[in-house]
Design a protein around this ligand. Structure first.
Ligand code: SAM
Length: 206
């Protein structure tokens, strides 16, 4: 099954609160975004946002320039339905992050929770990093979280990569300064624990 078909199937058949990656609130992401110190009109992109409530909470905090990108239209539709009128204040982008053409130097903050780790092919990871280099402003903030080295080997039935903070930063290369990393123990709706690593990097100015 192609990636898009896989994710359309997931979001068309499973309740959004029952998927293993569900968080009632993306608290760690919210704190990391707040800690960047960007203003409320900063352009923030949630890559592979799916049906995450991150965008609801950012909206409620007053952030005004929010975009959510996902390969699955079913996910974006579900998120829009949940948000109701507030959905009109958000830019929704359906596409594959390794293939879509995002605007150049458009985003102050790039956020990705649990998407990069699905890129098991080096050419897809390369395309992703090229995308970050193109789409994020100089000096912009890049927050990426993946399964940690001792995290699960699969997610949603798909194989994933697992990373240490150093290994994840190394995927992005010398154009990104690692500001800090954090771990997370995510409790899934069925009660399991999944270890995540979050890397917060700044894209260099030059
Ligand atoms: C494990 S879920 C995480 C969703 C969300 N970030 C969260 O934390 O709740 C992975 C998400 O990435 C999306 N996705 C997978 N591959 C993608 C790709 N190549 N481009 C864009 N989105 C993708 C899926 O549709 C799904 O919504």
């Amino acid at each position: 099954m192609q990636q898009k078909e896989h994710w359309e199937h997931v979001y068309s058949t499973k309740p959004t609160t029952g998927v293993s990656w569900f968080q009632e609130h993306a608290d760690q992401s919210l704190r990391l975004i707040a800690d960047t110190g960007v203003s409320l009109n900063a352009a923030i992109l949630d890559v592979g946002g799916g049906t995450s409530t991150l965008v609801d909470d950012l909206c409620a905090k007053g952030y005004e320039s929010l975009s959510v990108l996902d390969i699955s239209s079913a996910a974006l539709n579900a998120a829009q339905k949940r948000l109701g009128d507030a959905a009109h204040r958000i830019q929704w982008i359906e596409g594959d992050i390794t293939a879509i053409q995002l605007p150049q130097h458009a985003y102050d903050v790039w956020h990705d929770r649990a998407v990069f780790h699905f890129l098991t092919l080096p050419e897809h990871r390369h395309a992703y990093v090229q995308q970050v280099l193109r789409a994020v402003k100089a000096g912009g903030h890049v927050i990426v979280s993946t399964f940690a080295e001792d995290g699960p080997m699969q997610c949603s039935g798909l194989p994933v990569m697992r990373y240490s903070a150093g290994g994840l930063h190394a995927e992005f290369g010398i154009s990104f300064d690692l500001v800090r990393h954090e771990m997370e123990e995510h409790r899934t709706p069925s009660g399991g624990i999944q270890r995540f690593v979050y890397c917060y990097c700044r894209k260099q100015h030059a």
